[in-house]
Design a protein around this ligand. Sequence first.
Ligand code: SF4
Ligand code: SF4
Length: 112
Amino acid sequence: MSATEDSAACLRCGVCCFSRLETYVRVEGEDWARLGEEAERLAQFVGNRAYLRMHEGHCAALAERRAEDGAREWFCTIYERRPRVCRDLARGSPECAAERELKGARPQAAAG
Ligand code: SF4
Ligand code: SF4
């Protein structure tokens, strides 16, 4: 699968963007800089470390929409500027498989 196809598939999935932890998506200095004006809105400090805000069981940057084929899909609204930890989780990796095994039902449960 090409990198473009990987991106498209992840943009429909979003499973690894679900968590009940407030400290789930670490935002390091370069991540904060990459977010630019969005940093204050999307990230917050917990102690002396920054994390993306969480909203209703998933990252605040994750949004739901209706695809052209009618299916519901979840997509990262900051995909090109997402933090390093998100970039490091490669589609098809053991970590990706573990996320889908553990949380695969959450997107549908959270669908509006
Ligand atoms: S990395 Fe895996 S779990 Fe995360 S969005 Fe992509 S396919 Fe889904
Ligand atoms: S920044 Fe994007 S890829 Fe990373 S957890 Fe949030 S929605 Fe998912």
